[in-house]
Design a protein around this ligand. Structure first.
Ligand code: CMP
Length: 227
């Protein structure tokens, strides 16, 4: 079995800790496994722990009253979540839900505050990650202001492909299992407008759709849509 201090090397937040520090930290962590659909926490909950993802995928979402989802982020191996409410003492800012089986480590609030915030490397990592998130949120705002739905959708499909959201299949097309509802939630558009854009992409043979499986056939042509 792999020791937690070795697994911690997979987590960028703690990658540069010396081994003895990793060992001390590893002793404080609690491992959890979530099944697909399990809720890690809900918006408004009290923040009791920080979570580091070892494998699997977590979506960070805000829900409308009608049950529509705005997907703020998809987090995968090496990412962390739940730090905001520990840092600002406010309730959880969004829901965190597993979209496939996910293994993670939890670090409780007290240990986070005592151990992590007194470790310069970890503080730098957290600040770096928060800055990157803000940049991404700014980029997304810019897209909402200046790009239409087809352009935002093309951009998101390429981003998912590049970040490994797609599985390479034998015919070298890129495949993604995602619902149109989730895509709409990721680009900040209605399901109807995403549906319409997908139909156009399909007619132009840039993609194909079968059930929830979407295949990209022509990444370069998709890229040209981002104008
Ligand atoms: P917290 O507010 O404790 O609970 C929800 C978590 O979702 C939050 O901490 C962050 O870890 C994470 N989160 C919120 N907004 C974003 C975002 N825009 N991008 C990535 N992660 C986010």
């Amino acid at each position: 079995m792999t020791h937690p201090e070795i697994l911690l090397k997979q987590v960028p937040l703690f990658r540069s800790l010396p081994l003895d520090e990793s060992r001390r930290l590893a002793a404080l962590l609690q491992k959890r496994t979530l099944k697909k659909g399990d809720v890690l926490f809900r918006k408004g909950d009290e923040g009791t722990a920080l979570y580091m993802i070892l494998s699997g995928k977590i979506k960070i979402v805000r829900q409308s009253r009608d049950g529509d989802e705005a997907i703020l982020a998809l987090l995968t191996s090496g990412d962390f979540c739940g730090e905001m409410s520990l840092l600002d003492d406010l309730p959880r800012s969004a829901d965190a839900v597993a979209i496939e089986e996910t293994q993670l480590y939890g670090l409780n609030r007290k240990d986070f505050l005592v151990y992590v915030l007194n470790n310069e490397t970890a503080v730098r990592s957290i600040l770096g990650a928060l800055s990157r998130r803000l940049r991404k949120a700014d980029d997304f705002l810019e897209d909402i202001f200046f790009l239409n739905v087809p352009a935002r959708l093309a951009k998101k499909l390429i981003e998912l492909a590049e970040s490994g959201g797609f599985k390479e299949n034998p015919s070298a097309t890129i495949e993604l299992t995602v619902t149109q509802r989730e895509l709409a939630g990721m680009v900040g558009a209605t399901r109807e407008s995403v549906n319409k854009a997908l139909r156009t992409f399909r007619e132009k043979k840039l993609i194909s759709l079968s059930g929830n499986t979407l295949q990209i056939h022509d990444v370069d042509a998709l890229r040209k849509k981002i104008r």
